[in-house]
Design a binder for this molecule. Structure first.
Ligand SMILES: NC(=O)c1ccc[n+]([C@@H]2O[C@H](COP(=O)([O-])OP(=O)(O)OC[C@H]3O[C@@H](n4cnc5c(N)ncnc54)[C@H](O)[C@@H]3O)[C@@H](O)[C@H]2O)c1
Length: 327
């Protein structure tokens, strides 16, 4: 397949690019490099454009043919979205609408969209399946739900197919150790734990130890980026059989507390990791764990990183290489 990958220079997108290339697909990356990195992509054409630049986008995509689009391009910091909601709705909703318009203009009718567990808000069941109520509690989650709803309507009215993949906590890095998670600021737990381990400073914060969980810290479901990438390609096979709109939750189905993750990371790096306790952050649900049975049964998704240690180990290799490269 020839795939257009908006957001392909970002964390998950760059792993998707590698995975697609390793599976014999041709890739064109579209990115404005607002949070992406040029070192994260290689051996492909790069369209440097912001999805909000409708004119340039339309010029760049005019007459181009792709078998499908995998759309990662978004802003995704929950806290920032609370402070700057208009920016989030503009970038994530209008940016996606511009992209879909150009797809329709150029008869490209198959899209896999990066959605998120944040569309569900506070869980009302132990594990979150696709039919869980959708009540996002921040503008980031709201912007993603708005896109899902928009795609559903566009699929109904056109010969258009969209698969929304709702990731829980993406983690880990490519087995080569060449690409990995490098957000700035970094808000995700595993990279922050590994950075603390490498720097020996106690700048790791544990937000809240009085949640109603066994050890008082938040419980999350960590899923490896390469397993996410696998699900995206399966999404295209699925859409050949089942046309129109569909959505799948992607997680490992196991919850790990912040302290579980710190302990697992200590085993991987072979030393103790310092942290400090901070107050809870607003709007952090105590437990978020996916029910991904639908992805397993309908997409044929077989995640290979089922165990937390293997996810952390891959991330640790990357962080070590990344820190060494800075020296
Ligand atoms: N990281 C996670 O745990 C997680 C969980 C659930 C969902 N997601 C979703 O997955 C996607 C990728 O997340 P990530 O962690 O790789 O983020 P990221 O910030 O590393 O990647 C996003 C990429 O999109 C690009 N981009 C953003 N806005 C753009 C625009 N208007 N025009 C062109 N390019 C633009 C950025 O430069 C970057 O390369 C996002 O849509 C995010 O909402 C991520």
């Amino acid at each position: 397949m020839k795939l257009l990958i908006p957001g392909g220079a970002g964390y998950i997108g760059s792993h998707m690019v590698r995975y697609a290339q390793e599976h014999g697909h041709e890739v064109v990356v579209l990115d404005d490099f607002s949070t992406g990195h040029d070192w994260a992509v290689r051996d492909c054409e790069i369209l440097n454009v912001n999805l909000l630049d409708h004119y340039k986008l339309s010029q760049l995509l005019k007459g181009r043919q792709f078998d499908g689009v995998i759309h990662f391009a978004a802003k995704s910091l929950v806290g920032e979205s609370v402070k700057k909601p208009a920016m989030y709705y503009r970038n994530n909703v209008i940016g996606t609408l511009n992209l879909v318009n150009e797809m329709l203009n150029n008869d490209i009718n198959t899209l896999v969209f990066s959605s998120t567990a944040a569309i569900f808000g506070h869980p009302v069941t132990d594990k979150i399946a696709e039919d869980h109520p959708k009540n996002p509690i921040n503008p980031y989650g709201q912007s993603k739900l708005m896109v899902e709803n928009m795609l559903q309507d566009i699929c109904l009215a056109n010969d258009f197919n969209a698969t929304c993949l709702r990731y829980f906590n993406a983690a880990g890095a490519h087995e080569s150790g060449e690409i990995g998670e490098a957000h700035d600021p970094e808000t995700h737990l595993i990279p922050n734990i590994l950075k603390a381990a490498l720097s020996n400073e106690s700048n790791l914060k544990v937000f809240g130890v009085d949640y109603s969980t066994p050890d008082g810290t938040c419980v999350r479901d960590y899923v490896h980026v390469s397993d996410l990438a696998q699900a995206h390609l399966l999404g295209f096979e699925y859409m050949q059989k089942y046309r129109g709109f569909s959505a799948f939750n992607l997680g490992n189905g196991d919850g790990f507390s912040v302290f579980d993750v710190i302990k697992a990371a200590e085993k991987v790096v072979g030393k103790s990791i310092k942290y400090e306790i901070s107050p809870k952050r607003d709007g952090d649900p105590s437990v978020l764990v996916a029910d991904s049975l639908r992805a397993v049964s309908m997409l044929g998704w077989v995640p290979s990183f089922k165990n937390l240690a293997s996810i952390i180990k891959s991330a640790s290799n990357w962080h070590k290489n990344f820190e060494d490269a800075k020296v």
